[in-house]
Design a protein around this ligand. Structure first.
Ligand code: ADP
Length: 515
């Protein structure tokens, strides 16, 4: 059978989606392939169709133990012989399933990467005729990815030990160029198929400096019964939001790593089967979740990287219908992510890398460029402006803020490009805190140049200048501000800086009336 007829007869679809055919043709020609497609792009078919065409077995390596059963059930329902082996099964069941695979009764065998650490299991596997190995969520192999799993590192060696010399397909939704290069190097893959990263049905929004609770309640009420996910950074915040939203009589379930396994499973099912409208969760929820009608994903707090953000936000609209991905941005939430990195057991180099990713995430929240385009550019690709995101739809006039920008940039320069955002904002607003006095920054000509503004406002302006590429922040726990090449032009008066802003209409205060 050819791929097109398998697509139609086994899966009931008429046409391939972007990239699928190229990946499948590559595999059937015996080429190893890295497939990078957005969440919901249809990665599974890229190995399931070859699995049905190839003679031997397809081994699928997936970290999603809790979902293997669902994936295999879905295949079985389509009349495709597949099974899984993981830690939820007892010894006898494992043997039975293994024998089924050995007898050629199944076409796909799903296993977790940890399984392959067992020498006994590997010895058994090497007796099988495995034609294809599919490495799902392949970014887990890279230490630069956002979800590194040590047991993925041994995969190369493991695959080489298989006597049948199988073709390899690696799949991921979230590879930056660096992660992609890492996957290809580790799995010795040369052929990369990368489809457009844009999600045409997603409207990205950034909501800044608003009362998040109020926003969430209003948003959910306006959604009627539509299904959605709200992500928060900590278990405590998940619990608090769950209570808050329950009070508003909206059906919610929560999910985080601190809950009992069966409670998590139950809540996940309630959400999948639409018994509750909203899932409130930490990032423990969702990898591999295939709920097609998720209409919105809201991040109540900023996540640690754009990779994590895009993957989580991408769980909205897998059915292709218009959906929203909203990021609520509050400066204090960036501190939580800082804390996570600081407390983690990573070595200094990795920590530095994580701080950099957090900065890039923060820049996303502060940019006025098209949001979809910003994400796509981050993944090393090009895209036109989407016309759907909150930045594209922002009709406010862009004001010329060149003078303000010059004030900030010259202050950064006069502080010898040695200090971070907080201190620069304090100097500009004329603060008398000890550190300002200690370095005698109160003697700088830029001291107090913006004393009519709050430190928060000036911090926001600095974030904007970083996001727009006029300033750059070093990576690390305490990022230091430096002028970027474009910033020099601003100081020389050659480059104009504009920013869309709400024009403030100063309302008469009661005191004013009494005067
Ligand atoms: P992901 O890339 O996130 O792993 P999936 O493989 O789960 O995406 O596919 C997402 C959804 O798209 C699934 O419901 C799948 O059945 C559907 N799908 C995949 N390929 C096609 C296609 N060629 N035509 C129509 N629907 C498809």
């Amino acid at each position: 059978m050819n791929p097109q007829s398998v697509l139609k007869e086994k899966f009931g679809y008429d046409n391939f989606r972007q990239g699928q055919q190229e990946v499948i043709d590559g595999i059937l020609a015996g080429e190893d392939v890295l497939a990078i497609m957005p969440t919901g792009g249809g990665k599974s078919l890229c190995y399931q169709i070859p699995a049905l065409i190839l003679d031997g077995l397809t081994l699928v390596i997936s970290p999603l133990i809790s979902l293997m059963k669902d994936q295999v059930d879905a295949l079985n329902e389509n009349g495709i012989a597949a099974t899984f082996i993981n830690s939820t099964l007892d010894y006898m069941e494992v043997r039975e399933r293994f024998n089924q695979a050995a007898r050629g009764e199944v076409k796909l065998l799903y296993v977790s990467p940890e399984r392959l650490d067992s020498d006994g299991f590997m010895a058994d596997l090497s007796q099988l005729k495995i034609d294809l190995v599919a490495v799902d969520e392949a970014h887990c192999i890279s230490q630069w990815g956002h979800d590194f799993r040590p047991s993925y590192l041994r995969l190369t060696e493991t695959i080489q030990r298989l006597s049948s010399n199988p073709t390899i397909i690696a799949l991921t939704a979230t590879a930056t160029s660096q992660v992609a290069a890492d996957i290809m190097q580790r799995l010795t893959i040369v052929h990369e198929v990368k489809t457009g990263f844009s999600r045409e049905n997603l409207a990205f929004q950034v909501v800044k400096d608003q009362n998040s609770d109020r926003f969430l309640l209003d948003y959910l009420k306006a959604q009627k019964q539509q299904s959605g996910i709200i992500y928060a950074s900590t278990r405590k915040e998940v619990e608090r939001l769950t209570k808050l939203i329950k009070k508003a009589k909206i059906k919610v379930a929560m999910y985080h790593g601190g809950m009992k396994e069966d409670e998590r499973r139950q809540n996940q099912e309630d959400f999948l089967y639409d018994r509750v409208q909203v899932m409130i969760a930490t990032n423990a929820f969702g990898m591999g979740i295939d709920k097609s009608n998720v209409r919105f994903v809201i991040h109540a707090q900023i996540p640690g990287s754009l990779e994590a953000y895009y993957q989580e936000a991408g769980r909205a609209g897998r059915d292709g219908l218009p959906s929203e991905a909203v990021l609520l941005f509050n400066l204090k939430d960036v501190q939580i992510q800082h804390f996570f990195i600081d407390q983690s057991e990573m070595d200094e180099i990795n920590k530095k890398h994580e701080y950099l990713k957090l900065q890039e995430m923060t820049q996303y929240a502060n940019t006025q460029q098209c949001l979809q385009q910003t994400i796509v550019n981050y993944f090393g690709d090009e895209a036109p402006e989407c016309g759907r995101c909150s930045n594209c739809l922002d009709t406010r006039d862009a004001l010329d803020i060149s003078i303000d920008a010059q004030k900030v940039l010259s202050c950064v320069k006069r502080m010898d490009e040695h200090f971070g955002k907080g201190l620069v904002a304090q100097v500009l607003t004329g603060s008398k805190v000890q550190k300002v006095m200690q370095f005698r920054f109160d003697e700088l000509p830029t001291y107090g140049l913006m004393k009519d503004r709050s430190q928060k406002e000036v911090s926001g302006l600095i974030d904007y200048l970083v996001a727009s590429g006029f300033l750059q922040a070093s990576s690390g726990q305490y990022p230091v501000l430096q002028l970027a090449a474009d910033g020099v032009g601003v100081l020389k008066g050659e480059t104009k800086v504009t920013r869309k802003m709400a024009v403030k209409v100063r309302q008469a205060l009661p005191e004013d009336n009494e005067l």
